[in-house]
Ligand binder design. Structure first.
Ligand code: PMV
Length: 317
């Protein structure tokens, strides 16, 4: 039996960092996916194969004993093994076309697809249960995750995410064209999230003002999306970027590339934790070709569409 699941990567259009502290966020799944294939084995081990390497550990191993990049898979395998005593071993293989570690949701997509794939060896679980389990798996790497990334990777399309009141899907997004620029500057979500928490503690009055501003940016962006008003949407994206810069998760290089991209588009911003990683640009289709020259040879850029498909599972005998 082979259980194969895939999930999309994501961009955050609005509200990264602030969502951790209680605003809404707007996220979209993109047309780059990760596929996880799980099989039973006779080896009394949990084996994980990915482009980041391979591990094979005894079936009794805890996720805390392995390198952090493998933890979610060992955690999920353990969960399944504990509730299904008659398993000898599991092999989990990850194939991804989502660039790793640049804020495009590769770890969340892996957690979502791995949850569906591993649990799919036994039964198909509901999207809600898949989501809950994948967030727990992601917490083995990012204990403070807001859950937003796993949510959009589970449901696909564009969503408004709120930690307390849950999600709302937005349907009319098919015409939006994005350019994603990978700045090739490595970043760490954990470090950036900690830095923002420190900013919030040190500058509480400024933070409170920015928090209110961010709520207004997001509410007006939601209206713009619903009205197909790309001009306002782009402006709000850049405003969101300026607020992210003010809390310290941008830098001169990112700000420069974003200002240049703004000249050929409706608006740009960092997406995700910042301090490096990726920039998203809302752009008219006919201007897409102008982007590579602007971003330069030492950065990568590609166009992306919103993927309406969330997690998908296929089980083969
Ligand atoms: O891991 P990234 O780069 O997609 O960033 C996650 C988004 C944050 O808002 C910074 C953290 C979170 O858990 O929502």
């Amino acid at each position: 039996m082979k259980s194969i699941a895939s999930a999309p990567g994501k961009i955050i259009l609005f509200g990264e960092h602030f969502v951790v502290h209680g605003t809404k966020a707007i996220l979209a799944a993109i047309d780059k996916r990760v596929t996880v294939t799980s099989t039973f084995t006779e080896n009394k081990t949990i084996k994980v194969n990915s482009e980041l390497g391979t591990i094979e550990v005894p079936i009794s191993s805890s996720h805390e004993e392995v390198e952090s990049k493998f933890r979610p898979f060992v955690y999920l395998a353990n969960e399944m093994i504990t509730s299904n005593q008659d398993i000898n071993g599991l092999e989990i293989t990850i194939n991804s076309d989502i660039p790793i570690g640049v804020g495009l949701g590769s770890s969340s997509a892996c957690c979502v697809a791995a949850t569906a794939s591993i649990s799919g060896l036994f039964k198909e679980v509901s999207s809600e249960d898949n989501l809950k389990m994948s967030i727990e798996a992601e917490k083995t790497i990012f204990p403070n995750t807001s859950g937003a990334d796993c949510t959009v990777c589970t449901y696909g399309g564009m969503i408004i995410y709120d930690k307390i009141s849950g999600i709302e899907k937005i349907d009319n997004t098919s015409d939006l064209n994005f350019i994603i620029t990978n700045t090739m500057i490595p970043h760490s979500t954990k470090r950036s999230v900690e830095k923002v928490s420190k900013f919030k503690e040190d500058y509480d009055e400024e933070w409170d003002e920015m928090f209110v501003d961010m709520e207004v940016i997001i509410d007006t962006a939601i209206q713009a999306i619903k009205n197909n008003d790309v001009v306002t949407l782009g402006k709000r994206m850049y405003q969101n970027h300026q607020t992210l810069a003010a809390i310290g998760v941008s830098n001169d290089t990112l700000d420069y590339v974003i200002r240049e991209l703004n000249k050929i588009s409706f608006g740009s911003k960092i997406t995700g934790a910042g301090d490096g990683g990726c920039i998203i640009t809302l752009i008219e289709e006919e201007n897409v070709d102008k982007a590579p020259e602007i971003v330069g040879n030492d950065r990568e850029c590609f166009s992306a569409k919103i993927d309406t498909k969330g997690v998908e599972l296929k089980r083969e005998k």
